[in-house]
Each structure stands twice: as structure tokens, then as C-alpha cells.
Design a protein around this ligand. Structure first.
Ligand code: FES
Ligand SMILES: [Fe+2]
Length: 395
């Protein structure tokens, strides 16, 4: 039962702990005045969107799902990366695989959009060729109608894939390697330290947003809006103070102090204590946002669909498999709060930005001293895709 369940002591990573300690230093209270810019075309141009799809989403290990999306051996899920349909599967050995979602007979898509299932095999809807979750062709109806059919040449086309830090990462580049190092060992270590791979899905919600995917991400990379846009929801948990943003490999970690009193004495290595005093927001580059809280972790997976359309899948992860009625109530209220804060506020702000930018009134977005995380994110995109944006100002 939940009330007799003991949460094992979990230690935050050294990086998380030190970032929180640094945030308590007096000099961190000072905000360095600063002005930089992001070219509005980065959110409006089809050419920019296409280049990002090719250079970021087509070349990097992209986080596309969470571990619990494939909850056990014999499960599969259909996802999209840069418009390419992909099947994720967890065969009997438990090691996640990724395949192009196309039957090797005549090319039919095997699993429809958004579908997931529990089975050891996948059958094509057209002529019922059947594949196991290792991608091997295991069944061909009326096989005698082919005078030669070497089954080995008809296995599904596999993509490099790995499961790390509670996320599933796929690279569309078939020659690439996807492992802990190519994903980013420090990010993976941070997520493992807070037991993200062991957490379970409480609830999910999907949002089809009329906004560029980067406008959604930008909202999670600055604290300037928190006590303003979220005045009715999250503001009460936060102080209007600087956050600390660090690059960890090609990913970003933002550390913020919560309102529940925050000094060096509140910074504990025990994760269950630390998470009460500090909120960590990560960009698992390029498209996943992970935000911690005292009782749950929010994961948002963004799938860019067009320059002004993004699918955002919000997942709330919790520790308890069998929560008490009281804890269940906390989870339910938290989910509602996050649906409000993310859905009606952050995501809504991204849509409003898209609408305003479309008018052409603003050629470059201006970023101040509390918005430098946005600058870091756009710098990373520039590094990995060659899409340039003017920066100006202090950095
Ligand atoms: S196209 Fe899949 S079995 Fe024919
Ligand atoms: Fe926000």
C-alpha cells in the first residue's frame, strides 16, 4: 500500500546540487542588464523550418518518447520524426528498437499515426505480411506465389535508437550512432539521478498548437514571464529572481529557486528535499522540455509539424504506483494546474506570439537580462543547423 511504501533515498546529481548552491550566492541576485535579439524570420520562414527539420531533426539523436510509452516487452508505438513515420518497439529482450514505419512488400505504412499496442508482432493491413518486434519478416501469406522471396532481404529498415535517462532517442541518419555519449552523458546522468526512467505516467494531454516549435520552447527558457503570465497559477510558487542557465553538452539546464524559502541551508543532496526548494527545467535538445516539481515531473515532447504548427504532448510523471487517496488528489490537482499553466498560458503565449509576428510588425525579438536562456537555445540551433539569427547586445 502507498502509505507503507518507502521512497528510497535518491541523490541529486553533483551538477544539480552545485547549480542549486550557486543560485543561493548573493551575487546571483544581480541581473546583468543586457539586450540581444532573435530574428523574427526564424519563426516565420518555411526555409528555416525545412533546414531545421533536415539538420537538427534529421541528423541528431532526437528524444521522441518516454520509457513508459513502451511499458514492457511486447509493446510498440508509432511516432513521427521530421515528418517520417517511425515504429518504436520493445521486443522480448527489452531493448528498444526503431524502424521506418513502412512494409517492405509494397511500402504501406504499418502502424497508423498515434497508435500504440501490445503484441509480439505487427501485421501489415494490406496483404498481412507479418514482422516481429525485432523487425524480422516472420510471415508471408501464400508465400508460394513468389518464385523467390529471400525473407532476409525484407526485414524492416532499422534506425539507430537508444533508451537513456528515461527518454527514447532516435536518429533518422542511419549511419549515426546513438548512445549515452552521443546523446549527452551529463543530461542522462541528471535524469537517472532523479529516477526519471523509473517514474510512471500519471496522465497525458496533447495540444495541437498554431505556433512555431521554438516559440513553445522559448517560454520555458526565461523566468521573466513567470510571475506575470502565470499570475493566477504558478506565480505563487516562484520568486521574481534570476535563474541560472547552463549548457550541459548540447542540452540546457535552468535552475530556479522556489518561493518556499531558498538559501544554502535548503540545498540538500537528497532529491526529495532538493526538489522542494529548487525547480529544474531542461531542454533535452532540441524538442523535449522536462520540468521538476516537489511531487511530479512534467515532460513535454514537441513535434514540429509546420513552421506555425506544433504538436505538444504533455506527460505528467509520478513516483508512486499505488498512491494513497490523498496523494492521488495531489496528482489530480497538479495535473489540472499544469494543464492550465502550460495549456492556457505558456502554449497560449506561443500561439499569440505567432499571430503577432505574422503581422511583420516585429523584425527582431528583443531579449533582456532575464531572458538569456532563449539566446542560448537559439545559439545551439544555429550551431547545429547553420540557421543564423542576429544577436547584438552584450554576448
Ligand atoms: S504492402 Fe504490406 S503486405 Fe503488402
Ligand atoms: Fe511559463
Amino acid at each position: 500500500m502507498a502509505d507503507t511504501f518507502t521512497i528510497p533515498a535518491i541523490k541529486a546529481s553533483a551538477g544539480q546540487y552545485e547549480a542549486a548552491l550557486r543560485l543561493t550566492r548573493p551575487e546571483m541576485a544581480h541581473i546583468e542588464p543586457c539586450t540581444t535579439y532573435v530574428d523574427a524570420r526564424t519563426y516565420l520562414d518555411d526555409a528555416v523550418f525545412d533546414r531545421e527539420q533536415t539538420s537538427l531533426f534529421g541528423k541528431l539523436p532526437v528524444p521522441v518518447a518516454i520509457t513508459q510509452d513502451l511499458p514492457g516487452p511486447g509493446t510498440y508505438k508509432s511516432i513521427e520524426v521530421a515528418g517520417v513515420p517511425v515504429i518504436l518497439s520493445r521486443p522480448r529482450d527489452g531493448v528498444v528498437k526503431a524502424f521506418l514505419n513502412a512494409c517492405t512488400h509494397r511500402g504501406t505504412r504499418l502502424i497508423e499515426k498515434g497508435e500504440c499496442g501490445a503484441s509480439q508482432k505487427i501485421s501489415c493491413p494490406y496483404h498481412a505480411w507479418t514482422f516481429n518486434l525485432q523487425g524480422k519478416l516472420i510471415g508471408v501469406p501464400r508465400e508460394e506465389i513468389f518464385d523467390r522471396l529471400e525473407r532476409d532481404r525484407y526485414h524492416l529498415v532499422e534506425l539507430p535508437c537508444a533508451e537513456a535517462g528515461g527518454l527514447i532517442w532516435v536518429n533518422l541518419d542511419r549511419g549515426a550512432r546513438v548512445d549515452r555519449d552521443s546523446i549527452g552523458a551529463e543530461l542522462v546522468h541528471d535524469f537517472e539521478s532523479i529516477r526519471l526512467p523509473q517514474m510512471r505516467i500519471f496522465k497525458t494531454q496533447e495540444y495541437d498548437l498554431q505556433a512555431n516549435w521554438k516559440l513553445v520552447t522559448d517560454a520555458f527558457l526565461e523566468g521573466y514571464h513567470v510571475t506575470r503570465l502565470h499570475a493566477k497559477t504558478l506565480a505563487r510558487f516562484f520568486v521574481d529572481a534570476p535563474q541560472m542557465i547552463e549548457r550541459i553538452g548540447r542540452h540546457l539546464r535552468q535552475t530556479s529557486g522556489s518561493r518556499r524559502g531558498f538559501s544554502a541551508a535548503d540545498v540538500k543532496q537528497d532529491w526529495n528535499e532538493l526538489r522542494k526548494a529548487v525547480v529544474y527545467a531542461y531542454i533535452a535538445f532540441p524538442n523535449v522540455i522536462v520540468v521538476t516539481s516537489p511531487v511530479y515531473v512534467s515532460v513535454t515532447i514537441l513535434t514540429p509539424l509546420a513552421r506555425d504548427r506544433t504538436l505538444a504532448r504533455y506527460v505528467m510523471l509520478v513516483d508512486e504506483n499505488d498512491p494513497s487517496a490523498e496523494l492521488l488528489g495531489v496528482y489530480e490537482r497538479s495535473f489540472k494546474l499544469m494543464a492550465d499553466a502550460f495549456g492556457n498560458e505558456d502554449f497560449k503565449a506561443a500561439e499569440l506570439s505567432q499571430e503577432g509576428l505574422r503581422t511583420g510588425a516585429v523584425k527582431a525579438l528583443t531579449l533582456g537580462g532575464m531572458e538569456q536562456g532563449v539566446r542560448y537555445f537559439h545559439d545551439l540551433i544555429e550551431e547545429h543547423s547553420g540557421v543564423e539569427a542576429p544577436r547584438g547586445g552584450c554576448r
